[in-house]
Design a binder for this molecule. Structure first.
Ligand SMILES: Cc1cc2nc3c(=O)[nH]c(=O)nc-3n(C[C@H](O)[C@H](O)[C@H](O)COP(=O)(O)OP(=O)(O)OC[C@H]3O[C@@H](n4cnc5c(N)ncnc54)[C@H](O)[C@@H]3O)c2cc1C
Length: 407
């Protein structure tokens, strides 16, 4: 089978590497020259077994000097309340740690691994259009620029994987994007030098500060390089001036974080003005959407890279088993389940004080505490997880609109 993949982020590279482990012909098109900046630097433990399956073990991570991440740490702004969730306290079977990564370096590593396994990487080459057949038996055609502006070259494939991230190539081409479930949030972010450790946190922890107007992240990437960002209501960012002005002016709402920054400010400050969107159809005739190309919600629980990675890994296996014309229904359902589970968790975060009581309570019911950690590690399917069961019940009781396609 010959598979064409659009995008060399985690979703595209993991799909490519997985398909190569089964010996399929893979052409991956990446518009940019790697290494390139990308946001999304805090990984979840459940990523690790998938990277191991494509030949990237824990030693590879340590050889690259990525920062180990053993816990997620949260603080309630202005309330002097904090909580730390060490992954080692999760449910049996969940990996106890992972890494914080500078995506320029990390995405390059994944792409190189896909190439090492035999994927043909076309980069920098931009896919401009797809001919997607409506009937089975006809092959899709990928149109690309061949690396030259205005170029028009073609490749016929048996199956197309759109892993083009927020560019959502197929979603736009087929007009499948809508803003249902839009949380109307936007982000401003960048890198600074070292930040002091918050009392109660440990080296490598991601620190999330929750304020009534939004939340901020502080992620150590190296000893002297931290990723910092603010997620706020979209209006605050769109109408607040340049990204640097928005960042600086809103620090007033995060006094603890502001104090830790001292006189440091990221330079440059980048922004993502429309965080969430939904794509109505994940699978079509000989095509599928992986990762952000199939929708994105909110980065509060650092789920984006895992959702892209897991969808790509499962898709590689499913295509190998069922072929280009096979039924991808089960793959679509499990991928939607992942997205919907995190969506309900994120809704809780934004739902009044529910999460404040759950996360920052003095006495947490042990099974709920361990269940929260298991989900924070990325495990969306553990039937023994009482917190997950509670989340599902709440979702049904409130008839939460999820991103489950077809619901
Ligand atoms: C503010 C913010 C903070 C975030 N923080 C986190 C976090 O801490 N942890 C986490 O896990 N996730 C985080 N995310 C989410 C994370 O960035 C994404 O979910 C993740 O990168 C998705 O991977 P992907 O492979 O689907 O897409 P991407 O990583 O975006 O890769 C898509 C690739 O496709 C290429 N491409 C696009 N169009 C074309 C084309 N036409 N032809 C060829 N190539 C093309 C692009 O150049 C790009 O390299 C965050 C997101 C935001 C907005």
């Amino acid at each position: 089978m010959r598979v064409g993949i659009i995008g060399g982020g985690p979703g595209g590279s993991v799909t490519a590497a997985t398909l190569r482990t089964f010996g399929h012909e893979v052409h991956l098109f990446e518009a940019e020259t790697f290494p390139r900046f990308h946001i999304g630097e805090s990984l979840l433990p459940c990523n690790l077994p998938i990277y191991e399956a494509i030949g990237i073990d824990i030693k590879t991570f340590t050889n690259h000097n990525y920062m180990p991440k053993n816990a997620a740490f949260f603080e309630l702004v202005g309330k002097n309340r904090v909580c730390r969730f060490p992954f080692a306290d999760g449910l049996p079977g969940d990996p106890p740690s992972i890494f914080q990564v500078e995506r320029a370096k990390f995405d390059h590593m994944l792409l190189q691994q896909a190439a090492k396994l035999g994927a043909i990487v076309h980069s920098p080459v931009r896919v401009t259009k797809l001919d997607l057949p409506e009937r089975p038996g006809i092959s899709p055609i990928i149109h690309h620029d061949g690396g030259k502006p205005g170029g028009d070259e073609k490749l016929t494939v048996d199956f197309v994987v759109d892993a083009s991230g927020r560019e959502t190539l197929i979603g736009r081409q087929l007009n499948l994007i809508d803003q249902e479930g839009d949380l109307k949030r936007a982000a401003v972010y960048g890198h600074v030098s070292a930040l002091p450790l918050v009392k109660g946190a440990e080296r490598g922890d991601i620190v999330i500060s929750k304020s009534p107007i939004g939340w901020s992240w502080q992620i150590p990437l190296e000893e002297k390089k931290w990723s910092v960002g603010l997620v706020l209501k979209r209006e605050a960012i769109v109408k607040g001036g340049t990204p640097a002005e928005v960042f600086r002016n809103n620090l007033i709402h995060f006094p603890e974080f502001k104090a830790r920054l001292g006189d440091q400010l990221p330079d440059p400050v980048r922004s993502t003005p429309n965080i969430s969107y939904r794509v109505r159809q994940r699978v079509g005739n000989r095509w599928a959407l992986v990762g952000d190309a199939g929708g994105f919600i909110d980065p509060i629980f650092s789920s984006g890279v895992l959702l892209a990675t897991r969808a790509g890994w499962r898709l590689g296996q499913t295509l190998d088993k069922h072929g280009a014309n096979g039924n991808l229904g089960e793959w679509g359902r499990t991928t939607d389940h992942d997205l919907a589970t995190f969506f309900s968790f994120i809704k809780l975060w934004y739902d009044g004080h529910f999460i404040d009581n759950l996360f920052f309570a003095d006495h947490r019911e042990p099974s709920i505490y361990r269940g929260i950690i298991s989900l924070l590690a990325g495990n969306t399917t553990n039937l023994d997880n009482k917190f997950l069961a509670m989340l599902n019940r709440r979702m049904q009781a409130h008839k939460t609109k999820t991103l489950i396609l077809g619901n």
